[in-house]
Unconditional design. Structure first.
Length: 362
């Protein structure tokens, strides 16, 4: 049996890869562009009908007064926190210790804006009201990531979320939503996007994660907030001469995939049940609360990768693109369901998991 392939090579060549919507290639943009006339004018430096119409529709969707399109969520969120900290004259921001701002942005918030994080909760669970009640320092803004990606997409209960929102408003703390995967949590909460966003003063959403667009983000809030964000966007170099490839792909894939978030969520639960049926494996959360979750294994990365490669070659089913070692032993990987999972024959998927269970015991 051929074992010279890397895991990512075996996954990409599998007939039925189970994760996400599809390959990130030029076809993603070409498909979106086909819906537009060649003579459509582009946006220019943040102005023009194309960008302004999209921003207006996103503001309505989120239930906010105004919205601004950004080339990246990293830029949008640093700017949001800077605005709220300047408003309060306080450099302190509260967020989870595994927030994107803390572990993936090279300390951009600290180095560029001189803001100071107050890390809340621990690395095993999301931020809860008890963490806010236990704060010993005043903060200008609290950032909540829903779902919390680095811990498997866990969520606080909705009543807990409402309580944290009320706490912040009573104390004049601005509440910002890292909603990179906002639409994916709505089936679990059984709430509309407007209901969730109403709990927050500002909201960020991504167009490339669960939506599957090229890139780009929206930052939404009241008009004074978004007007300030436009100034900071220019200062950050975010007003590219044109952002229309990102806007067009965001618009196209939003319309195509938002109606299927409930389906992706149910399929994630189905897939998690298959993983939990394999000895030495467990999912976090045990029952997913969105279309993403983490799988933890007692096997190391070195042990697990050849198993996944062999299963892809034998069954055509790609289970994982990458595996990471855990500090405490064993390994883990991330799963998110999208268009691909529903395309895989159930028989092939079940056979892949039958083999996985067998191979984990060898």
């Amino acid at each position: 049996m051929e074992q010279t392939k890397s895991l990512i090579e075996a996954y990409n060549q599998a007939s039925y890869p189970l994760i996400g919507h599809g390959r990130r290639n030029v076809k993603v943009l070409k498909e979106a562009l086909e819906q537009w006339e060649d003579e459509q004018d582009s946006d220019m430096y943040g102005k023009g009908e194309l960008i302004e119409d999209f921003e207006m529709r996103m503001a309505r969707l989120l239930g906010k007064e105004s919205a601004v399109f950004f080339p990246s969520g990293t830029m949008a969120q640093q700017i949001a926190l800077r605005i709220w900290c300047d408003e309060k004259g306080n450099k302190k921001v509260g967020y989870h210790p595994l927030s994107h701002l803390e572990i993936h942005e090279k300390d951009g918030m600290k180095e560029l804006h001189h803001l100071e994080p107050l890390l809340l909760a621990d690395k095993e669970r999301p931020v809860l009201l008890k963490d806010l009640l236990g704060m010993r320092e005043d903060i200008a803004c609290l950032l909540l990531e829903l779902p919390q990606r680095e811990i498997g997409g866990q969520l606080p209960a909705y009543a807990e979320l409402e309580a944290m929102s009320a706490f912040c408003r009573e104390r004049g703390i601005r509440l910002h939503l890292d909603g990179a995967r906002l639409f994916e949590i709505l089936p679990y909460y059984e709430k509309s996007v407007e209901e969730v966003c109403a709990l927050f003063d500002s909201v960020y959403i991504s167009f490339y994660k669960g939506i599957g667009g090229i890139a780009g983000a929206i930052l939404a809030g009241d008009r004074d907030f978004t007007e300030q964000s436009k100034i900071w966007k220019r200062r950050h170099g975010g007003d590219l001469i044109s952002l229309y490839p990102y806007i067009i792909s965001a618009d196209y894939y939003m319309e195509r995939r938002l109606p299927h978030m409930e389906k992706y969520y149910r399929e994630a639960q189905e897939l998690a049940e298959l993983y939990n049926g394999c000895q030495t494996m467990k999912t976090i959360p045990e029952t997913p609360v969105s279309n993403m979750f983490h799988v933890h294994s007692e096997a190391s990365k070195e042990q697990l990768e050849p198993i996944f490669i062999a299963i892809a070659l034998e069954t055509g089913v790609g289970l994982a693109q990458s595996v990471r070692d855990r500090e405490d032993g064993g390994s883990y990987f991330e799963v998110n369901t999208g268009d691909r999972y529903g395309l895989a024959p159930k028989g092939a998927v079940l056979e892949a998991f039958r083999l996985l269970d067998i191979k984990l015991h060898k």
